[in-house]
Every structure is written in structure tokens, then in C-alpha cells.
Write a protein that binds this ligand. Structure first.
Ligand code: BG6
Length: 490
């Protein structure tokens, strides 16, 4: 950094993601001294705004996560002074040419000017904006990197078209496909847990693991995002990406090293070993409104931005299977839904029963108590705990299920960084470990595309479930087919 400056351009600067995640993350990195000394931030969007308006717009988003507000107020002011704005269209390079001029005016202090773009814009203008940015604003003296965020198409074909379109302007090494779940602390820790602890990896296979559940649930609906959501549905919105990425890291073989390519090679390999999802391994749901005495929770179809009669699923439970020596016969049950009874994301690993258990008759009546379970709670209240069978202290011999419990909040006593902080810093450092390679993306779509097309062709109607419930009953039958019970929130 001695000889280089950094410019970060947020294309789609007035959008929700930019305000909620990108600017706060950039500020947190700046506050912690992780950005180069010479850096500038540029907002680019269609609406006309002065630099001052732009600074006003983002100042309310810069939260003082780390220290008390008084302490970081000063830093906020300094940060805002380095923020600039350029208005322009996404699908015409004229605005990007002006942006380039504006950037060059600021990048005078160092011989090398590195440039990083975050395309936080609707998918229909991805390619045009990537083209405008790459052709008009590529750095002449340093690197140029471009971050793109899902949706990466709607199926294999559209995803390939998008990849081809982007590759006209950007090399693969310049393209950073973000999946923000990979930036979450507990997901990064998955491989540490597996490969840095002798006690887990030897058990990490079909001989010891009976089933794996990956659960994503939100206790709120689409809340005004229905227009976007309806074009994708829950499978494309979170399962094909976030949940599958979790399964890939969970199930992959040990990589040769921590090198990005080595890790991604293993992820692609395991994704390619998975069976494309069959329709009879899928349960779809859509939340309906719920009227109670004191409140009225709107159904998905009550969202004004959702087309009437939409069949788009807001819930899906899916059983996946990995055809390899490690996982043959182990069901991976994925469940994701909006407007459910709780908010959580977790991985649950159910171990097999102890063969010839001599304590069988000393256990509680619930047979589940006899097998161990490892729970990795991604959010909220990040934690990892292993359920073990233990003697209830006192006279007599009775066993109970209890936890070996690692709670992040009490153990580490520090705020965890937001996923976007970690991922943006990785882009600055050119570290691609947590980004999706093009072949991973292709392999991921191949698993879901035939089933998604079948659902659409057959107009499969989702099972309705009330807002705030545990989801459609069908999900329980799917789990029962594999002799599994969905885990409740503990
Ligand atoms: C996004 C989805 O990728 O992830 C949203 O588009 C979802 O629908 C969100 O709400 C969940 O992210 P997090 O980090 O809040 O769990």
C-alpha cells in the first residue's frame, strides 16, 4: 500500500444493499485501519445527487458497531470526506467515462491506483454496467476487480449467458462472485472445526453420521421485496447458493492447502457428486396471512408487489444426496423459509446410535437422546454445541442429554464482523477463497435447474402455511421418509 491507493465504486449506490451493508462495512474496515491510507469511495447511480447529498445519504448508515458513538463520530466525518458521487445510467458508458474522470482527479497521491467495483444493481443491467466500468474505468496503473452478487441467472442457461456476458469484459481473476453466507464467522469456521480438530474429522462420514440438516428460517415475510422475490422464489434466493455452499464446505474432502484454488477444487468436486434434486424430494410452501385479535400478519399474496395468484414458493424443504464414498446413503435435508416462527440458520449433524448401547434402559424415554448431535448455529447467538449423553448427578444411574457448549458471545466477548466486511477486505487483498468460481456456479445450477423447470412446467402449487408457523406439514413427511425429524429451535 505504500505506493498504491484504493478506489471503491459502489454501482447502485442508492440501493438497499448499499445502504444496509456495503457502506457500513466499508466504514467498519476504515475504522479498524484495514483500508489503505489513501482510499476514496465513489457512489454511482441513476439519480442526480451532489457529493454533499451523497454524504448525507450514507452518513446515517455508518453505524458505530465497535465503539461508542462519540468515539467514532470523528472517524465518520473523515470517512465521509473521502466519499464522492457520480450520476449516470447503468447501460450506457457515458456516465462511466465521467466517473473515470472524477476518480482520476482524486487518485493523484500514489503512482498506482487500484480500483474495486461492487455491482449492486438489478441483473438485467449487470453486463452493461460491467462493460461500462471495465471499458471506461479500468485502472491503468493498478488492478481492477469487480464484485457481483446474486442472482446469477435463474437457471443453468441464463447463468451461463450472464457468465459469458461478463467474461467479454472481465477475466475470471477479476470477477468476485459474492455469496455473503461464506463471509459469516461460523461458516468460515466450518473448515477449521473439521480440519483442525482430530475429534471431528474421523467421524465425518457415512459410518458415523446418520443425517445432516441445514436450516434457514426467517420470522418475517418478503416485506416490500416481493417484486424481486417473486421472480426467484426461495430455492433460487437462498438454497441454490447459501445453503448449498454450506453443504459443500461441510461435505468436501480435505483440500490440499488453504489456497483458494485448492478449496474451490474440492467444493466443485463434491457439488458435482451430488444428485440433481428430484421433485419427490421437494416440498414447497407459501405463507398465507394470519389474523389474530390484536394483529394482522399479511400473506405473501397480500404484498402489493407480488403478482396475483403467484405460485412462487417462500418455503422449501429438499432432500439432497451425495454419491461418493464418504456420504453415500446420508440424507442432507435442507429447509428454508420466510415468515416462519423463528429466525435462525444452523447446521445439525445427527450421529448414529451407539451399537449395543449398554445404557439403553437408563436413558430418558425420548430415543433421540441416545445419539449425539452436533449443532453449528450460524445465527443468531453464534454457537457450536455437541449433545452428549451424561449421567444425571446424584445417587442412582440415569442418563440425560446435555451439551458441551461453545457460545461465542460469552467465550470471545467481542462483536463479530459483518459478512460483508470480511468479504470486501478479501477483495482488497485479492483472496478468492470465499468467492464462487464459475465452475462451482455451473455445477450448482445443474443440481436445481431440471427440478425448477419441472415445478414451473407442472405449475406445482405450494402448500400454504400460516405466517409465523413452523411451515407446511409436507416438510415433516419428507423428513420422515428419511427417518429424520426436523430439529426445533433450542
Ligand atoms: C439474501 C436473500 O441473500 O439473504 C434474502 O436474498 C435473505 O431473501 C438474506 O433474507 C438472508 O441473509 P442474512 O444474512 O440476513 O441471513
Amino acid at each position: 500500500w505504500v505506493t498504491s491507493s484504493l478506489s471503491v465504486v459502489v454501482v447502485g449506490a442508492s440501493g438497499d444493499l448499499a445502504k444496509k451493508k456495503i457502506f457500513p462495512a466499508l466504514f467498519a474496515l476504515y475504522y479498524e485501519g484495514l483500508l489503505p491510507e489513501e482510499f476514496q469511495i465513489f457512489g454511482y447511480a441513476r439519480s442526480k445527487m451532489s457529493d454533499t447529498d451523497f454524504r448525507d445519504l450514507i452518513s446515517s448508515t455508518l453505524t458505530c458497531r465497535i465503539d461508542a458513538a462519540e468515539k467514532c463520530g470523528d472517524a465518520q466525518e473523515k470517512f465521509l470526506k473521502r466519499c464522492f458521487y457520480q450520476a449516470g445510467p447503468y447501460d450506457d458508458s457515458s456516465g462511466f467515462a465521467q466517473l473515470n474522470t472524477k476518480m482520476s482527479e482524486q487518485e493523484v497521491s500514489k503512482p498506482r491506483a487500484n480500483r474495486m467495483f461492487f455491482l449492486s444493481i438489478p441483473p438485467n443491467v449487470f453486463i452493461a454496467a460491467a462493460g461500462g466500468a471495465a471499458e471506461q474505468c479500468s485502472s491503468k496503473t493498478g488492478w481492477t476487480r469487480v464484485i457481483v452478487e446474486k442472482p446469477f441467472g435463474r437457471d443453468s442457461t441464463s447463468s451461463r449467458e450472464l457468465s459469458d456476458g461478463l467474461s467479454r469484459y472481465l477475466r475470471e481473476d477479476q470477477t468476485y462472485r459474492i455469496d455473503h453466507y461464506l463471509g459469516k464467522e461460523l461458516i468460515e469456521n466450518l473448515t477449521v472445526l473439521r480440519f483442525a480438530n482430530l475429534v471431528f474429522e474421523p467421524l465425518w462420514n457415512r459410518d458415523y453420521i446418520k443425517s445432516v440438516q441445514v436450516i434457514f428460517s426467517e420470522n418475517f415475510g418478503t416485506e416490500g421485496r416481493g417484486g424481486y422475490f417473486d421472480q426467484y422464489g426461495i430455492i433460487r434466493d437462498v438454497i441454490q447458493n447459501h445453503l448449498l455452499q454450506i453443504v459443500a464446505l461441510f461435505a468436501m474432502e480435505p483440500p490440499v492447502s488453504l489456497d483458494a484454488e485448492d478449496i474451490r477444487n474440492e467444493k466443485v468436486k463434491v457439488v458435482r457428486s451430488m444428485q440433481p434434486v428430484q421433485l419427490d424430494d421437494v416440498v414447497l410452501g407459501q405463507y398465507k396471512g394470519r389474523k389474530e385479535k390484536n394483529f394482522n400478519l399479511p400473506g405473501y399474496l397480500d404484498d402489493a408487489t407480488v403478482p396475483k395468484g403467484s405460485l412462487t414458493p417462500t418455503f422449501a424443504a429438499i432432500a439432497m444426496h451425495i454419491n461418493n464414498a464418504r456420504w453415500d446413503g446420508v440424507p442432507f435435508l435442507l429447509k428454508a423459509g420466510k415468515a416462519l416462527d423463528n429466525r435462525r440458520a444452523e447446521i445439525r449433524v445427527q450421529f448414529r446410535h451407539i451399537p449395543g448401547n449398554i445404557y439403553k434402559h437408563k436413558m430418558g424415554s425420548n430415543m433421540d437422546n441416545t445419539s449425539n448431535e452436533l449443532v453449528i448455529r450460524i445465527q443468531p447467538k453464534e454457537s457450536i454445541y455437541l449433545k452428549i449423553n451424561n449421567k444425571v448427578p446424584g445417587l442412582g444411574l440415569r442418563l440425560d442429554s446435555t451439551k458441551l457448549d461453545l457460545q461465542y458471545q460469552s467465550t470471545y466477548k467481542k462483536e463479530l464482523p459483518d459478512a460483508y466486511e470480511r468479504l470486501l477486505l478479501d477483495v482488497v487483498n485479492g483472496d478468492k477463497r470465499l468467492f464462487i468460481r464459475f465452475d462451482e456456479l455451473e455445477a450448482a445450477w445443474e443440481l436445481y435447474t431440471p427440478m425448477l423447470h419441472e415445478i414451473e412446467a407442472k405449475k406445482v402449487a405450494p402448500e400454504l402455511y400460516p405466517y409465523g408457523s413452523r411451515g407446511p406439514v409436507g416438510a415433516h413427511y419428507l423428513a420422515a421418509k428419511y427417518n429424520v425429524r426436523w430439529a426445533d429451535l433450542e
